[in-house]
Write a protein that binds this ligand. Structure first.
Ligand code: SF4
Length: 48
């Protein structure tokens, strides 16, 4: 299980300084069958 999530998406309401994700949990989805990180997305993202 992921303990600390680092994230660079500073337009997300869950984002905190130091690239920390403050969400209780996050949900990551994939486009089709992901083979690269670019083919994944954080569905927990909420714009500030
Ligand atoms: S919810 Fe997702 S996009 Fe938002 S800070 Fe956490 S990991 Fe990043």
């Amino acid at each position: 299980m992921a303990k600390d999530v680092l994230c660079e998406v500073d337009t997300c309401v869950h984002w905190h300084s130091g690239n920390k994700c403050a969400a209780e949990q996050i949900y990551i989805t994939s486009h089709e069958k992901a083979h690269t990180s670019a083919e994944t997305d954080c569905k927990t993202f909420e714009v500030k």
